[in-house]
Every structure is written in structure tokens, then in C-alpha cells.
Design a protein around this ligand. Sequence first.
Ligand code: ADP
Length: 503
Amino acid sequence: MPDEFQLMIKDKMNESNYHLLTDLMPQQVWTANPDGRINYVNKNTIEYFGRSFDEIIGNGWQEFIHPDDLFNCIEVWTRSLSTGEPYEIEFRLQAKDGVYYWHLGRATPAIKHSEIIQWFGTNTLIESHKQNEAKKDEFISMASHELKTPLTSLKGYLQILSMRVKSDAQNLNFVEKALMQITRLEGLTNNLLDVSKISADKLILNKTEFEFKDLITRCVDIVGHSQNTHTINIKANETIAFDGDLFRLEQVVINFLTNAIKYSPNAKEIIVSSTVQSDGIVVCVEDFGIGIEPEHLEKLFDRFYRIDNANSKFEGLGLGLYIASTIIKSHNGEFWIDSEVNKGSKFYFRLPLAENKSLEPETDSKTFYKDKRFEIDIHPANEILEISWIGYQDEESITTGTQQVMSFLRSNKFSKLLNDNSRILGNWSEASSVLTPEVHQELFASGLRYLAWVLPAHKFGQLAAFKALNNMDSSDSSAANNLITIEFFEGREEAENWLNSFN
Ligand code: ADP
């Protein structure tokens, strides 16, 4: 409850009642100053660590965190401190017996007159939950391995049988149906096996150089022949050599194609394209099916995530896209979706090609800058600096672009920025993590006061922009950070009008 209510409770209770209450709680309870230093821990915390109150408070608690969790923990805590957002993390804490046990750490800020005055936190023991998770992963791994061997031999026997009953149409029909079901079971088992490999960090890529065009043709052949409801048309298929895991990338394309068929029961066509754009291969699988509501888009690539489609008339485990996203990410690629409910969906992925030498930027360091990923211009009449991002972005391009913006703001003494994302392609949400509250502060220090942000056209790009702002922005609670007035727009003109309204 990040509001004045908690403080009111604390004010109303006398100090000893407050401590009695927290001492009775089964968790570790702690409070911290706005700068993050722990200033109180309850009895349970003292007992768990077997150290004195004074040894635990201050920054001493860091020494109890498992070295493998420390970096992430500090990063998440620092972020919460600067944004005022609730803190939540799973980490291991060393107990007085020397053993590390898993905890869920959570904290919310207490706010008075829009200022954080105190953080209230708890650490809850989740060791048995973690052990159960590990057992579940182990079970999935064991069960899928155990299922695989009998399935393979069953399939082999059925294939022999299908040859033996070739001339007996009725029996052949039964055997073929059995084979189809075995193939489905095999697909499910392979998915479970992959998920357990991913959990154990054992999804190893076997890279070779191959012709990407052949991969697309082969996947279309395989999926095309396995059904008779849809025609798969290849709209574009450029010839390009690619260095990657052929088998795994086929798995991604086959997953996109089978989903496209499965989720467009009333349509007849699927369109596939594979094109080379800005140093990368972009693959798109388009269907004219049920589509996806925007609120599901971001979560579709999570493990076991499925949309509850009309009482789940579509079968599946919700693993295909999760596995696909892991494969794409391990090739340093990205994925995104364009979709409209009842019209259809376009599933994309992009794989970067080996680094091309980036062109030298053209710039006079004050009035214009131009390279492959962004262009900067100034509008002296209304003192607006404009950055227009082009194509696919990564951490490097966003960092360089932001630094250039700062330098141009300073040399022109401008306070208004038009940040045009309408030409951004793909999903740049991971790259946007470079936009931190510190960058917000630096932009402010460079003179920026008004930022008009023109959104990308497609939904996934818009989600990336919101996420970027979230990373960079502070909540109202941290007034010192909340420095630049930022507004999103769908069109460039509205954005410019808005900036012009400030003098
Ligand atoms: P599965 O299809 O086995 O449930 P996936 O991970 O492949 O698992 O897909 C996850 C979810 O994404 C599906 O349950 C479905 O709700 C949604 N989905 C995937 N592809 C499409 C598509 N082409 N059109 C509409 N929804 C889709």
C-alpha cells in the first residue's frame, strides 16, 4: 500500500506496538530510508541472520545475498529507489547456518506530500516453492525423455505396418490416422523436452552456413503437405546465406506456419515472406484468422501463455512461441506481431546478418546529423530539435542517438524535442532499456523540458515506446526525477503543435 495509510498506522500505533506487530509477522520485515539504507529490521530477520541489529542495518545486508544474485538485486533496488516503483525480486539469503535459502523480497514506498519518506519491505521464504519448481522441471525433463523412446519405436512399427497394408485401403486409413496422432504426440513431447532444456540453459545451437531461401521453401513444403485446408503462398523469398542453427530456425518457421493455420479456421490462405532489410533477414507469416487482442500481444511469447479463445477450442500447450522466442533471441534476433481481431495476424522475426561496416555519419555537429538508424534536424524558427529514427534499432543506435540529441540540445540551447518513432521497425523494447532515469536526468541537464514522442505505427513498437518511457520516467513519488514534460502522439503534426504551445 504505497500511500499515507501505512504511515497513518505507524503514527497511530506507538513504537513498541509497531515493533510487536512486525515481530509477530512470520516474514522478515524491514524498512529503509528513501536513499535505500535499511533502518529497521524485525526480530525474525535478526534470528535468521544470527547477527545483531546494528550489523544488519545500513548496507550490511548486501553481504548476506548470494554472489550470483547480488548484481541483479542491487540493480532492481536502485531502479526502485530512483523511480519509486514497487521493488520485487527473488534472491538467496544466507542464514546463520551458512546455507542460502530462496526468498521473495518485496517493498513499497510510503509517500507523504508526493515525497517518498520510507520504504516498507518484507523477505518471504520461498525455498520449498523453488524446490517444487525445480522438481517440476526435472519431472517434465524426465517424462519427456521417457516418452520419446516408446514413441519413436511405435512410429517405426506403424510406418512398417503402413507399407504392409498398402493394398488394404480400409486398414491403411486406420494406420495413417494412428501415425498422424503419433506425430502430434511427438511434437508435444519435443516441445516439453525443449522447455526443460531452456530451463536448464542447455538449448545449444548447432550453427552452420545455409541458404535461407531453402529453409523457407522446405518449411512451406512440410506444413503445406501436412494439411489440406490452407494454401501457403510465398510472396517473397530472397536468396541469402545465413549462419545459424538450421534445425532450430526451421522449428520457428514451422511453429509460425502451424499457428497461422490453426488460428485461421475460416480462411484459406497463408502468406509467407522472407526479405533482406537493413542488415537483417525479416520473415513474416500472415494469416487471416481470429487475430489477437492488444492486451495479449506482449505475453504471447511467455512460457505456457495461451489466450482463452472461445472456451479453448484450439488445442495446445502454449509452448511453441516461447521456444521460438528463445531460439530467435539466441540468434540475437527479435520478434513482433501485428494483429487485428477477426482480421488476422502477422508474426515477424528478424535475424541480424553479420555486421556490415556502418557508414560514417554525415553531420556538422550542430544543425544536422544523418546515419543509417536516425536523422537529427533543427527547426530554428520554433526552436525544436527533431530526431527521426529509421528502421530497426538496437542498444548501440539508441545510445548514440540519445547522446547526439544531448549534444545538439546543448549547442543550440533548445528545450523542445520531437522524437519521431513513426519509421521505427520491429520490436526495440530490449534495446530501449538503455533509457534509464539517469538518461532522463542527463537530458534535463542538457536543457530538455518538453518531449513530444510520436509513436510507431504498429502495436508492438508502441508497447516498446511505453516500456522505454517507463524505464526512463519516474513516478510522481520521486519528484526530483520527474523533470521533463513528455507526451505521446500518433502523428507528427499534433506533436509539433503541442511543442509550439510552449514558449
Ligand atoms: P499453442 O498454439 O500450442 O497454444 P503457442 O505458444 O504456439 O502455443 O501460441 C501461444 C498462444 O498464442 C496460442 O494459444 C494462441 O492463443 C496465440 N496465437 C499464436 N499464434 C496465433 C495466430 N496466428 N493467431 C491468433 N492467435 C495466435
